[in-house]
Each structure stands twice: as structure tokens, then as C-alpha cells.
Design a protein around this ligand. Structure first.
Ligand code: MFK
Length: 211
């Protein structure tokens, strides 16, 4: 049984995409657990300096896991990775997990901690990982439950300060304007009161033939 969603957020992904019928039949708690285990491996491997013998052994173990899973390859429509909407990370291993606190269809506020996997260098989160977070966060606002699907036309990111690894940050995104199919969305990533990065994106709502 999957846990019921907390309508106030409460650190649980608000699950905005579950309103879309096509997505409701992909719940797979066991798979979400697998993806979570892989995220842990990514994190631990990124920060580890094991002795060569152990690295070799671990590589063999991971190869065995890949061999076990490979026969279960499916196409995108059947894929469950990225569709575990009851879990912070949606059962995917690319994005940092965002805990959504509030979402009203126009704006989202949440919290995120970038682990060692996202290190650029010198204690700073990789700029590409920050852009990834913004694309997803702004994208979740652009693709609200009642809105037509939209894709990122551009994403402009400003890096104001070093974004620290291993620290809880707050993240925010909100619609600034809607002009026809064009949705302009702003985002901020904050360490305490300080804005460490900000973003401005244009999302274009898709026409029927583009879905
Ligand atoms: C499951 C949970 C998911 C959570 C959310 C995840 C979100 C992730 C979002 C993404 O990452 S999507 C992947 C990255 N983006 C893409 O792959 C998009 C690739 N580009 C396209 O598909 C098309 O260029 C696009 C749909 C964005 C627009 O093409 P269209 O042919 O539909 O639009 P058109 O060219 O007619 O332009 C419509 C308006 O947008 C404007 N426009 C389009 N691209 C622009 C651009 N780059 N800069 C400025 N304006 C732009 C264009 O000028 C025009 O303005 P006006 O209506 O005022 O004339």
C-alpha cells in the first residue's frame, strides 16, 4: 500500500502530475525503493576513495545488478522511473529530490539538499545541476494539473553565490506572466536569506499536434 498524500505538502511531493490519468497506473513502491538505493550508491561512490580491490569487487557487484535488470527493458510509455509521484525523487536518479512544501498551480516552494553526487568543485554545486533543478521546478509550475503541457523554450540561470553541497536550501518558482502559449516563470534558490541562484524561463504550451 502506498502512503496517502499529505495535502499540505509536509515534505511530501505534492504529486501534481497524478491528476493526469495517464500517469496514475505507474505507482511501483518497490521500484521507487530500487531507485532510492541507486541514488544512495551514486552519492556514496561520489564521495568515496575505496582501496582498489574493493572498487573492483563493487564494480563486479554493480555489473551483476545491471545484468539482472537489463532483460526488463521497456519503452517510455511503460517506464516507471520518473513516475513515482508519491516519492520525493519520483523514482529517478538524475534530479536532486525536492520536498515540496506548498504548491498552488501558480507557484511552488520547496526544499532541496544537493549531495556529493552534484559537486562541481571546491564545495560548490555543479552549475548544470542547478540548471537541472530549475528546469524541473519551473517545469512543474508550467505543467500544472489544469494546464496544457509545456516545454522549456529557454532557461536563463544566474549564479549569484557558491551553492553549498550538503546543506538544505529553499527553492521557489512562480509564474510571472502568461501571454497566449508563452508562460514566463521565475525561480530562486536560497541558502537561508541569501539568493544563491536565480532563473528565468520561457515555457511554451504545446499544440495538439506536438503532444
Ligand atoms: C513528470 C514531471 C515533469 C516535471 C516538469 C519537467 C519539465 C521539464 C521541461 C523540459 O525540460 S522540456 C525539454 C527541453 N525543451 C525542449 O526540448 C523544447 C524544444 N523546443 C521545442 O519543442 C519548440 O521550440 C517549442 C515547443 C518550445 C516552441 O516551438 P513552437 O513551434 O511550438 O512555437 P513557436 O515557434 O510557434 O513559438 C511560439 C511563441 O514562443 C516564442 N518562442 C519560442 N521559442 C522561443 C525562444 N527560444 N525564445 C524566445 N521566444 C521563443 C515565439 O517567438 C512565439 O512567440 P509569439 O507567439 O509571441 O510569436
Amino acid at each position: 500500500m502506498t502512503a496517502p498524500l499529505d495535502p499540505r505538502g509536509g515534505g511530501v511531493d505534492l504529486n501534481i502530475w497524478l491528476g493526469r490519468d495517464a500517469e496514475t497506473d505507474h505507482d511501483d513502491p518497490a521500484f521507487a525503493r530500487l531507485a532510492g538505493a541507486l541514488v544512495r550508491v551514486q552519492e556514496v561512490v561520489s564521495g568515496a576513495r575505496p582501496p582498489p580491490g574493493l572498487s573492483t569487487e563493487a564494480a563486479t557487484t554493480l555489473g551483476r545488478v545491471a545484468d539482472q535488470l537489463e532483460p526488463y527493458d521497456v519503452d517510455e510509455a511503460a517506464q516507471v522511473a520518473g513516475r513515482q509521484f508519491r516519492h520525493f525523487s519520483r523514482g529517478q536518479t538524475l534530479l536532486p529530490a525536492v520536498a515540496v512544501d506548498t504548491y498552488d498551480g501558480q507557484r511552488v516552494d520547496g526544499r532541496v539538499t544537493f549531495g556529493r553526487f552534484y559537486l562541481g568543485s571546491n564545495g560548490a554545486v555543479h552549475g548544470g545541476a542547478i540548471s537541472l533543478l530549475f528546469d524541473d521546478l519551473l517545469g512543474q509550475v508550467a505543467n500544472g494539473p489544469d494546464a496544457p503541457r509545456a516545454r522549456t523554450a529557454y532557461l536563463h540561470v544566474n549564479f549569484h553565490r557558491i551553492t553549498p553541497i550538503g546543506v538544505e536550501l529553499s527553492c521557489h518558482a512562480g509564474i510571472r506572466t502568461v501571454e497566449g502559449r508563452k508562460v514566463h516563470i521565475d525561480g530562486e534558490l536560497c541558502h537561508g536569506e541569501e539568493v544563491v541562484a536565480s532563473a528565468e524561463g520561457l515555457f511554451v504550451r504545446l499544440e495538439a499536434h506536438q503532444l
